[in-house]
Design a protein around this ligand. Sequence first.
Ligand code: NAD
Length: 382
Amino acid sequence: MRVAVLRERRGAETRVAATPETAKKLIALGCTVAVETGAGLTSGFPDSHYAEAGAEVAPDAAAALANAGLVLKVRAPLGAREGEVDELALIPRGAILVGTLGASRAVAETYAQLGIEACSMELLPRITRAQSMDVLSSQANLAGYRAVVEAAGAFDRGFPMLMTAAGTIPAANVFVMGAGVAGLQAIATARRLGGRVSATDVRPAAKEEIKSLGATFVGYEDEESKAAQTAGGYAKQLSAEFYAKQAEVVAAHIAKQDIVVCTALVQGRKAPILVNEAMVASMKPGSIIVDLAAEAGGNCAATVPGEMTVTGNGVKILGYRNWPGRISGASSALYARNLLTFLTTFWDKEAKKPVLAEDDDIVKGVQLTRGGAVVHASLPAA
Ligand code: NAD
């Protein structure tokens, strides 16, 4: 089977869906791998490394996709009128497409019409067997690390307490909002840098995890928050009353913080606003807000998604959209391994290709289309 790896064209994406390492493993499984020229360059993988791994370097998307049975992507392929190339039209009928497609029902209908067997990895169920394929976790982990490193770079003081002959610089107060995968890594990274770290979350399990990393828990708890977690491990959407109470507790705390790292998400919804304009105004000049939720609208009311801005009172807000893409070498390496694990889990040695069993929980979670029809149970309308 021929595997195509395309250069990402959507949203200035810097990651790539296969690395020379995973390309080599696919070749060992009996595939031929075609990598579009330049696909790995922004992740530190030049064409020559893919060629050394045994892959063919294709001059463009059309050449990479010709006769492909499997297409590996980070973001959804471009359709007609979406950019320089209509990638969708170049994907052969019957090919399996694997990526973080973020598809609506309408887009899935298009895949079905084109005969593309689409799998969207952000929909992977959070079950133990799927952990090593969990792209959301691998990418969030690195995003949490990167958020703190960028905050440290943008901060005009230090993270650790610095005792010098000229005097002492106090440790930075770091507050992490949302203690899921990204938030826990942000806590650990801020602690390693010597910050004084506190964190909040709504899921009851998060409190112990925050404390186990040596950070202080700050938050509002009531009967509603005791049931704030879905069966899938995500936070539930909570009532306006709960958010108001949470804001009261957080408001006093934020005024004393140097760095606020926002990572709070509610699956399938706009991110909750946790830092309002008044809270931003209460912060000291030179403080930093890093908004990892910017792609989902942002946790801070003053975030401009995609931008770094400075407020009137001198608070710097880092609202970049693609945090994993800011550490693209590592995030591509993990993303590519996630995809490889997914493929090898369903690998048919004789057919030398993945065979996606319809009744498997992982396949049911990620498969959008099969045999020309949309098969996923819950896709958003648009
Ligand atoms: P996420 O990215 O959806 O959200 C990030 C965090 O924001 C979550 O911890 C959430 O509770 C929090 N949040 C939402 N609303 C909030 C609010 N108003 N205030 C404060 N925090 C708020 O979540 P995630 O990081 O992908 O994962 C959530 C949980 O799932 C974690 O406990 C993680 O360990 C678990 N998980 C399990 C598996 C598995 O079992 N295979 C895989 C991945 C993650």
